[in-house]
Design a protein around this ligand. Structure first.
Ligand SMILES: [Zn+2]
Length: 250
């Protein structure tokens, strides 16, 4: 057993600590129920650092805009969301040279934290690409959260909401604060070639689920949700504000 097998990762403050009590409470910020951490293999971490350092800067891609052209939510709010997400990725680009200090070294060990097997199974190459994909997702989600911390418009959502509720528990990647309401954010990192409309349905559905549940539990009245997608290899990102009209086309 390595030193890393006994660590937790705090989703609130990113602290990595040694597990001594259950449920795990962060010794830095007292966040409860921290997940068990798994060390990210340094080789694959380095690969993504090289991709970031080589650049170029992130740029907006309009795939999502086109998809929801006739099904877009409130246009004024949409504009605010897009403008702010562009600012977020600009900040991301500005931190590219120090990305080694921003990407996390640990990720959540889903199986050991929840006692559940990861849902994606299938053949060996499928498992390999899932593992590779989950490292990519963990690195970029970690960096994304740190960029969010720098802006007042965003807030982390470190814990699952209504975890004991069988049907309506949910866990957005973060919140966008808009007109005194919290709009759930689904953040998705895709591999090269997958930033296309035909590959977006699953993420849109996930985002809409968060939108419906956050309205149900009074985080907002609009039922809006935000989907942010990025493809590090192609250096593109996009974001869309969704409402129930999106349910009709996915
Ligand atoms: Zn903490």
């Amino acid at each position: 057993m390595s030193d890393f097998d006994n660590s937790y990762i705090c989703p609130n403050c990113d602290y990595i600590g040694t597990i001594s009590i259950h449920p795990i409470v962060c010794s830095m910020c007292k966040h409860e129920d921290c997940p068990i951490a798994r060390h990210i293999q340094s080789g694959s971490r380095k690969r993504w650092i090289r991709i970031e350092e080589a650049g170029p800067d992130w740029r907006w891609d309009s795939t999502l805009d086109k998809m929801f052209k006739h099904h877009s939510a409130d246009s004024n709010s949409s504009k605010i969301i897009k403008k702010t997400v562009k600012k977020l990725f600009k900040t991301f680009s500005q931190h590219r040279d120090i990305i080694d200090g921003i990407f996390p070294h640990f990720m959540q060990d889903y199986e050991r934290s929840t006692g559940k097997k990861s849902r994606q199974k299938g053949n060996r190459s499928g498992q390999r690409s899932t593992k590779f994909g989950s490292v990519r997702g963990a690195l970029y989600e970690g960096a994304f959260l740190r960029m969010m911390d720098l802006m007042d418009e965003f807030e982390r959502c470190p814990a699952r909401i209504n975890p004991d509720h069988y049907e309506f528990n949910f866990h957005p990647d973060g919140w966008f604060l808009l007109d005194g309401e919290r709009i759930p954010i689904e953040f998705k990192t895709v591999k090269a070639g997958n930033f296309v409309a035909t590959k977006m349905s699953k993420s849109v559905k996930q985002s809409r689920k968060h939108g419906r549940r956050s309205k149900r539990f009074k985080y907002n009245q609009s039922g809006f949700s935000i989907l942010i997608v990025c493809c590090p290899e192609e250096r593109v990102f996009g974001a869309v504000l969704l409402d129930k009209a999106a349910d009709a086309i996915v």
